[in-house]
Design a protein around this ligand. Sequence first.
Ligand SMILES: [Zn+2]
Length: 243
Amino acid sequence: MKIKRYKKVNKHLNFYVNNFGFRHPYQVLVDGTFCFAALNNKVNISDNIPRYLQGELKLLTTQCAVIEMENLGSKLSGALIVLKQYPVHKCGHEGKPIVASKCLLSMLGNCNPNHYIVASQDRDLQNNVRNLVGVPLLYLHGKTPVLEQPSKVSVEAAKDNLGGISMSERQTIEKLKLENGMVSDNRDKPKKKKKKGPNPLSCKKKKKQSVEGKVVKSGDRKVKRQKVRIPEHVREVLFNKKT
Ligand SMILES: [Zn+2]
């Protein structure tokens, strides 16, 4: 079971490495809900999550996430202590803190240029992350960390973004190839061959068949007709027998 889980994680992480330029050490953006769940399930984030993701991590948070936890009171003080361990990335809301889930979303932008992995138990934030391209989602299922499989949006974007090359980049590459005659040669030759190829061959076959057929058949018919022609004396005999 464990090996299967690690293979899954590797597969998902490789998807982001190959299609969206993720590199070690991965940056994991953690919020208070994740710390709270980890504490309740006795999961040591800084031990378990790097082991699960099989590599060095930078666990990070934002000032807004910390302030939100502070405002939620003493019940969450344990989770707050965990969250405060992590370096704070600038979110642009300094002095004017906003809701943590919105703050984390603002850190991701449209296409997650800083390659964050989002670690959160917040359902709304999770749903919003699933609608973004190239954002891995990490959460705890009980004690078990889960890196969710890439969302449909990300998979579809990856199809148009093979090997980190965008569609427009691929188009310019194809244009350059055309200008240098690399593509045009390859494309024109088979077309010309196709046009020239089938016609003469088909004509030859038809000619052979038609010529042979006519000659042989006509010859056979003539021969057969000649054979069928019965000499007169034989006819007489045959007629005599019949009559
Ligand atoms: Zn913020």
